[in-house]
Design a protein around this ligand. Structure first.
Ligand SMILES: [Fe+2]
Ligand SMILES: [Fe+2]
Length: 211
């Protein structure tokens, strides 16, 4: 894990040819004749698909994340990841499929979480004069990815596999503790109610991209 020196933040905070005419280039979006009917039906189908996908995303992202405070939403994601590690810790060397399955779930959850923090939270931290914390935490995310790569590329029944996974869990727990106990509260206290609300919305929007 990267060495970090904790610093206290000051926290101060196209259009195609639509004619469908014989003379012109026929657009897939033409509304004249049969082509238009087919195109309209295809678009209606696409709309249903898009709506269904959006519904799935909101379920994955979580209603609480869209309505709640950003720090509580990120802390809840921490707990979700730690719970997955606990399931991993209970597997035996013979349960290689389960280990691979849980590792994939952990990687997906951490990938979404990292996107939210690296693309939104840490930039806001830097803007709030806490660049040192943001850089330290961002660096630790890099080490987390290195551990995940090692776990991914090592045989799941390797005698040292679970020990490596437990090492990563301990490191993650420490990283999460720093965020939840020090960084999140300090940043939250330094932002106005509206700034915190905007940060919650921005983090939720970022999470939806990978949900
Ligand atoms: Fe983090
Ligand atoms: Fe985090």
């Amino acid at each position: 894990m990267a060495t970090r020196t904790r610093s206290k933040s000051s926290n101060d905070t196209r259009t195609g040819d639509r004619s469908g005419g014989n003379g012109g280039r026929r657009s897939a979006f033409g509304w004249g004749g049969q082509t238009g009917v087919i195109a309209a039906a295809a678009m209606a189908g696409a709309a249903v698909g898009i709506a269904a996908n959006l519904g799935r995303k909101f379920v994955v992202q979580g209603i609480g994340a869209s309505a709640g405070d950003w720090s509580e939403a990120l802390a809840a994601e921490h707990q979700l990841v730690l719970a997955l590690f606990d399931k991993l810790g209970a597997t035996s060397d013979e349960q290689t499929w389960m280990r691979a399955h849980l590792l994939t779930k952990i990687k997906n959850a951490l990938g979404k979480h990292a996107l939210e923090e690296e693309n939104v939270l840490y930039p806001v931290l830097r803007r709030a004069n806490a660049a040192h914390d943001a850089d330290a935490l961002n660096g630790e995310h890099g080490y987390v990815k290195t551990y995940l790569y090692e776990l991914e590329t090592t045989a799941k029944d390797d005698p040292g596999w679970l020990a490596k996974a437990r090492e990563l869990r301990a490191m993650l727990e420490e990283h999460m503790r720093m965020e939840e106990d020090e960084v999140f509260p300090a940043l939250r206290a330094g932002l106005s109610e509206e700034q915190n609300a905007e940060l919650s919305r921005a983090i939720n929007r970022e999470g939806l991209k990978l949900a």
